[in-house]
Design a protein around this ligand. Structure first.
Ligand code: G6P
Length: 368
């Protein structure tokens, strides 16, 4: 069917702005607001309470959603999680004890490597749970259980709303697993559900950063390389930020765990290279700040993405600071995704690239 751009210049812009709505829709599917709990519409065909381990495989942006989920599932539900890009997972002959859980994540549900990972896991006796956006897709059909994201059709090649809907779904799953395993209390579950409910409103706040990000994009468009840094769940977001920028602006970018800076990328820092630091005021904030100090001391141009408390605590000069409201650390990746996407988008618009159909890329990679 026909999907229109409406008043937006690109599908990507439209899809970024749809996020408060589609994430709200996805969350409504998994949260029982009256009971203040997480509730899947159907029963899972395995017992989450007795799982020994979870494996995750996905590609591209969906892989980064999986990497965020690893932090959540391990912290909230105390289950060890291993994650790999699907093109590696399918061939590395990982030993998987029967009865384990494999989560595959895919917007299209047709990505060849992700599908092959699903088949490998099934052959190893895993329960396969698919987080997919296209319910009629091959991956949805072959999985044991489908936990859909309700992002609606995504047209822009660079994934935006599918990513945040994947995060919303995976956060709900992590909280559900925590409850079933008794690793979080009823109060804690209620607190996390309330935090998730806040996401659409906070996403609307994040979208208001658009004009400020458009200004920053003017200098970004002249950069040769950009570095993205983050710790904890902001690390996958740093990887996603770099991927988005590469995909649509063709500027070379790298995402790094902030603590790895000193093991290599610090050598690249000079007064020409913008460094995007993603640092909500969470338990690793201070650690990220000391990495930021190392960048500042070498004349690096810092673009800090933080919250009100973080801005007050940072206490040194940046080239620009993008400030979001304070929020529960659980939901930060969902909300911080928006400025990260906007930065790539506005930079690409400055460069005059084909934002919705970047060169050499396909929306869905159905061949190896
Ligand atoms: C392609 C797209 C990416 C997407 C990846 C995985 O590379 O350009 O935006 O993240 O495939 O796609 P999937 O449909 O499996 O999520």
């Amino acid at each position: 069917f026909l999907v229109e751009k409406g008043n937006f210049r690109h599908f990507m812009a439209k899809e970024m702005h749809e996020q408060p709505e589609v994430v709200s829709h996805t969350l409504a599917h998994y949260l029982d607001l009256a009971a203040e709990t997480v509730q899947l519409p159907g029963k899972l065909p395995f017992d989450i309470a007795t799982l020994d381990r979870v494996s995750i495989a996905a590609c591209g942006t969906a892989y980064y959603a999986g990497l965020v989920a690893k932090y959540w599932i391990e912290r909230i539900a105390r289950i060890p999680v291993e994650i790999d890009v699907a093109s590696e997972f399918r061939y590395r002959e990982a030993p998987l004890a029967p009865g384990g859980l494999m989560i595959v994540i895919s917007q299209s549900g047709e990505t060849a490597d992700t599908l092959a990972s699903l088949r490998y896991a099934k052959a190893c006796g895993q329960h396969v749970l698919a987080v997919v956006n296209v319910p009629t897709s091959t991956i949805a059909r072959e999985a044991d259980v489908v936990v859909p994201t309700l992002a609606g059709p995504e047209i822009g090649v660079a994934s935006t709303k599918a990513f945040t809907c994947q995060l919303a779904t995976l956060a709900a799953l992590a909280v559900l697993a925590g409850r079933e395993r008794g690793t979080i209390s009823t109060d804690e579950e209620r607190r996390l559900v309330h935090a998730l409910v806040e996401v659409p409103r906070l996403m609307n706040e994040a979208l208001k950063l658009g004009p400020q990000i458009e200004q920053i994009a003017r200098t970004f468009a002249k950069a040769q390389d950009v570095l993205y840094l983050g710790r904890g769940t902001s690390y996958p977001l740093a990887l996603e930020g770099a991927l988005k920028l590469k995909e649509i602006s063709y500027i070379h970018a790298e995402g790094y765990a902030a603590g790895e800076l000193k093991h290599g990328p610090i050598a690249l820092i000079d007064e020409k290279m913008p460094v995007v630091v993603i640092a909500p005021h969470d338990p690793v904030f201070e650690k990220t700040m000391s990495n930021m100090q190392e960048v500042a001391a070498r004349g690096g141009r810092i673009i800090l993405l933080t919250d009100e408390t973080g801005r007050r605590a940072a206490g040194f000069e940046t080239e620009a600071t993008l400030v979001l409201p304070d929020m529960d650390p659980l939901i930060a990746p969902l909300v911080y995704a928006i400025p990260v996407q906007l930065l790539a988008y506005h930079t690409a618009v400055q460069m005059g690239t084909d934002v919705d159909q970047p060169r050499n890329l396909a929306k869905s990679v159905t061949v190896e």
